[in-house]
Design a protein around this ligand. Structure first.
Ligand code: LLP
Length: 415
């Protein structure tokens, strides 16, 4: 668990902006970027946190961006990332499928496409001969903190199946596209055994690409770097991680006969530990043997516990700074749905958690929520999206104002 903020700052921000509130620490994000500087290109998987101000912070540190939708491409452009086929390009669009509006956008802004299906290559070639492409390959195995975040193997919809590499290369040649690089992302949550397997698979793909008479400029290690959500969870050794990939890159360079760029594409690692979600305790009650702490934030804000059974450390802040005796509590939100519980395991089993005793008016801090928090929020139960604040050098700045219910209703009224 990471805790970048003092209790007094969190109280001050909650008083100023209300709750639920997302708070991110710029210094933590910069520190994580610095840990990966050995890679030629750090490409932020913005799906983890796509706030334009967070993207601007990334850009100021020399980080590039991966976009997975038309909306994310437009966010990247709004944050100042440049269109075009640079080497490396500022933006890469990664997907397995592309609608007409997205196709038009990647063509207009000359955004390289990291294709996860051969059909995408055909569609792109027709609309934009000479377009730069990456191939996202599914190596036939994957790994993830949940089966929902495993993106390799035959049960995953992601990537071009490894035995179809030749067909993909043929589509590139026939369509007059330009191969920029090879990419693999087998899931979220890394262990080093898998990493060596992925590096080995990448070298084989580079070899097959060369044999097919194609050149390329870069390889991408994908993302998936884990973070210690629980005390005692492994902390990733970024030097070791880079070392394994650098060795693979050198083997690949020997095969192609020239230098290759090495990209990494993390989402969670760069932002998860920078963020907290603040909620206010609105009620406490007992239901049989369970003590409930009910807060004003739910899975429409933070979906990870309900969706994956993910663990997030939580803490109660009292305004007077005193602490009450800890007790086993079920922490739950305001949504009209039984699964709106932050203390749950896989399959929705409720796991009461020892927590400092909470009373109405206390602040609940949910840690490590800078990744896949706000970006996965919804308007379920007609709840407006929460505000976001970025703290830099101890000073908080509003980077997204709270949505209003009136804005939601306006989408449906007066059509
Ligand atoms: N690159 C690609 C092509 C991806 O699909 C992903 C994540 C990443 C990079 C970044 O992965 P990361 O470094 O963040 O593990 N909502 C889930 C995670 C889904 C990840 C989907 N793809 C969660 O909350 O854990």
């Amino acid at each position: 668990m990471s805790n970048p903020f003092s209790p007094s700052l969190l109280w001050q921000l909650a008083d100023e902006h209300g709750t639920p509130l997302w708070v991110y620490d710029a210094g933590t994000i910069r520190a994580r970027i610095a840990q990966l500087k050995a890679f030629d290109t750090i490409r932020f998987a913005q799906k983890a946190n796509s706030n334009i101000h967070v993207l601007q912070l990334m850009r100021a540190q020399g980080v590039k961006v991966d976009s997975v939708s038309r909306g994310e491409i437009l966010r990247a452009l709004a944050a100042g990332f440049k269109p075009g086929f640079g080497e490396p390009s500022d933006i890469v669009f990664t997907a397995d499928v592309m609608d007409e509006a997205t196709l038009a956008t990647v063509v207009e802004h000359q955004v390289p496409v990291n294709a996860g299906s051969i059909d995408m290559l055909h569609q792109l070639a027709k609309a934009s001969p000479g377009h730069h492409v990456w191939l996202r390959i599914n190596p036939g195995f994957g790994h993830g903190h949940s089966n929902k975040t495993n993106t390799g193997g035959e049960h995953s919809k992601h990537g071009i199946w490894h035995t179809d590499l030749q067909a993909a290369l043929d589509a590139i040649r026939a369509g007059g596209l330009v191969l920029a690089g090879l990419h693999m992302h087998i899931g979220s949550g890394v262990d080093y055994g898998h990493l060596q397997e992925v590096c080995g698979a990448m070298v084989k793909l580079v070899e097959a690409t060369k044999q097919a008479g194609h050149d390329l400029h870069a390889i991408s290690a994908g993302g998936g770097l884990s973070i210690p959500y629980r005390t005692g969870d492994a902390v990733i050794d970024t030097a070791h991680y880079h070392g394994l990939w650098d060795a693979a890159r050198k083997q690949a360079e020997a095969i192609v006969g020239h230098a290759l760029g090495l990209e990494i594409e993390p989402g969670r690692f760069l932002v998860a530990e920078s963020g907290v979600l603040l909620g206010t305790v609105r009620a406490t009650k007992n239901e049989g043997s369970n003590h409930f702490v009910l807060v004003d934030t739910g899975f429409n804000e933070l979906m990870r516990p309900a969706m994956y059974g993910s663990f997030h450390a939580m803490e109660v802040l009292r305004r007077d700074g005193r602490s009450l005796p800890a007790q086993d509590a079920v922490v739950a939100g305001p949504l009209c749905e039984s699964g709106d519980v932050f203390t749950q395991g896989d399959g929705g089993v409720v796991l009461p958690r020892p927590l400092a005793g909470a009373s109405v008016g206390d602040l609940l801090v949910i840690h490590d929520t800078g990744a896949y928090g706000a970006s996965m929020s919804s308007n379920y139960n007609t709840r407006p999206l929460a505000a976001e604040v970025l703290v830099d050098a101890g000073k908080g700045r509003l980077i997204r104002r709270r949505q209003t219910v009136e804005e939601l209703l306006a989408l449906e009224l007066g059509l």
